[in-house]
Each structure stands twice: as C-alpha cells, then as structure tokens.
Design a protein around this ligand. Sequence first.
Ligand code: AMP
Ligand code: ZN
Length: 114
Amino acid sequence: MSDCIFCKIIKGEIPSKKVYETEKVYAFYDIKPEAPIHVLIVPKVHISSHNELNPENVDVMKDIHLAANEIAKELGISESGYRLINNCGEAAGQTVFHLHYHLVGGTSMGSKIL
Ligand code: AMP
Ligand code: ZN
C-alpha cells in the first residue's frame, strides 16, 4: 500500500525507533506513548485491520504474538504485566489502517477494559 504510513515505516521511508524485527514482523515505539512502554507490533505485509485476517494470512498472528512475548521480556515487563491491544475499526479508535498491536506496560493499569 503506497500511501500507508506503517508500510512506509517498514520500508524505512519514514523513520521509526525499531524495537524488534523478524522476517514477518516489525516493532517500533509509538510516537505518542500512552504508557511508559508503548510499542507497536505490525505484520510486514499490509493487512488493513483485524477484519481482514483470513485463513490465508492469519499465520502472521503467530509471529506477532511470539514477538510480543520477546519484546515484553527484552523490555522487562514480562513478569510485571502488560496489555496487548488491537483497535479494529473507527468505533474502536483505529486511526492507522494497517493491522497493529499496541504493547503497553511499565505501569499499573488496573482491571478495567474501558
Ligand atoms: P490506532 O489508533 O490503534 O490506529 O493506533 C495508531 C497508533 O499509531 C497511535 O498510537 C499513533 O500514536 C501511532 N503512530 C502514528 N504515526 C506514527 C509514527 N510515524 N511512528 C510511530 N507511531 C505512530
Ligand atoms: Zn500498510
């Protein structure tokens, strides 16, 4: 997707602070962090939202979840705890339409979802 900001980040056309990378996944610090640790984990392939996951492309979710575990360990929040959040669609607050997971932690967030 030529006009997708996260595709541009993955290609290095827009700078980012890389946290982690594999063949299928790229992770970088969110530009407007909402917690002491706020990382975005994205598939390198363009998938516009969780709605667009299907039997052909869902394998990348395995890599995303394993990346989250590795990053949480590397950043020292594996034991204290963290949230892995996906916003799907406008009502959920999705603003960038390239599938991504927010990994947030480094603070006590309580038990509320909303
Ligand atoms: P969402 O609202 O779930 O679509 O999340 C999009 C996230 O992307 C927001 O938390 C933004 O702060 C973040 N974001 C947007 N542009 C950039 C960028 N150039 N570098 C890093 N994070 C970004
Ligand atoms: Zn994209």
